[in-house]
Design a protein around this ligand. Structure first.
Ligand code: ZN
Length: 323
């Protein structure tokens, strides 16, 4: 018989909520969007935060960039505070509902969904879309409901895996194909094309939503990304934005996404993520009472979470090292 795992207590949310009263205005016709053009040839770089309204680390990073009056030396820089309507619901004592208002904003980035503005998130995504379409390089800031270990989600394209390695942080790189439930911002349009079309897009999971450390991870990632893009020179960036690079980076390729058949899903252990299960056939959990097992030896669990549990939601992804 499966053992019963008691529901974990919500972790305390210790990361302060940023005051965005000035930042949410933006300096463009799109509220919450800032755009700076150097007038010099270079990449169009976009940094996006708050695609999920309760993921505050990226908002802190963009706020810091604005406070430092960081301007591009080459190309242009767009800073986007995305789901402000969801962010406005944020409550540190009950932070899950601020993820979105009507639907997950990181599943709506396809032309068919954006053509049907039936949700707050789709209408807001349509406002942001022109900025995304002109971006060559995108860094999208997120955080996680469970794991403390920062993860760089690159998608499957080698050009983005190579960029993640060039940045030097974080230690763990996950090449994943996204979600069956809808297209992520980082996979939209040209970003989702195969081969090297000059675009780059990364989704950085900076750690647990409520961990103060997630803010530092976001700022370090922003600094490294802007230098690598050539938007600024390293000396343009305050030295304390950089944290030491990872001693070793490892890249894992996601092979399976395990979706819950219904809300009746539970894990066999309180997985934290990045566990390597040595033997194929190890039970990960139960979906409607049916065991879910590892399909191969040395299977790595990626972002196990039952925080948003319902039919069709990905509860864990399975990965193996890229050799
Ligand atoms: Zn997120």
């Amino acid at each position: 018989m499966p053992t019963t795992i008691p529901a974990p207590l919500p972790r305390p949310f210790l990361l302060a909520c940023p005051d965005l009263s000035a930042e949410r205005l933006g300096n463009t016709d799109t509220p919450g969007v800032w755009h700076f053009d150097s007038g010099v040839q270079g990449k169009h770089v976009m940094l996006s935060a708050l695609v999920h309204g309760n993921e505050l680390c990226g908002a802190w990073a963009l706020k810091e960039a604005l406070a430092a009056k960081l301007l591009p030396r080459r190309g242009s820089l767009t800073l986007a505070f995305c789901n402000l309507a969801a962010f406005d619901r944020f409550d540190s004592a009950n932070y899950a509902p601020a993820r979105f208002v009507d639907e997950d904003m990181n599943r709506v980035w396809s032309d068919d969904k954006l053509a049907l503005p039936i949700s707050q998130e789709r209408r807001r995504a349509a406002e942001i879309l022109p900025w995304l379409q002109q971006a060559d390089w995108l860094l999208d800031f997120h955080s996680m409901s469970n794991s403390d270990v920062p993860l760089q989600l690159t998608g499957m394209e080698q050009r983005n895996i190579d960029l993640a390695l060039a940045l030097g942080n974080p230690a763990t790189i996950i090449a994943d194909a996204g979600h069956a439930a809808g297209v992520r911002m980082r996979d939209y349009g040209r970003f989702g094309e195969s081969g090297d079309n000059g675009t780059r897009s990364l989704l950085i999971e900076c750690g647990f939503h409520g961990a103060p450390e997630a803010r530092g991870v976001a700022v370090d990632q922003m600094a490294r990304f802007l230098v690598e893009a050539g938007t600024v020179d390293r000396n343009d960036i305050p030295a304390d934005w950089f944290t030491p690079g990872a001693p070793i980076q490892r890249a894992l390729r996601v092979t399976h996404a395990v979706a819950a058949k219904s809300a009746d899903f539970r894990f066999a252990e309180p997985w934290k993520g990045l566990e390597t299960l040595p033997a194929a056939g190890t039970i990960i959990g139960w979906s409607e009472g049916e065991p879910v097992t590892t399909p191969y030896d040395n299977c790595v669990l990626i972002m196990p979470s039952t925080a948003n549990l319902r039919a069709g939601v990905t509860v864990v992804r399975l990965a193996q090292p890229i050799v």
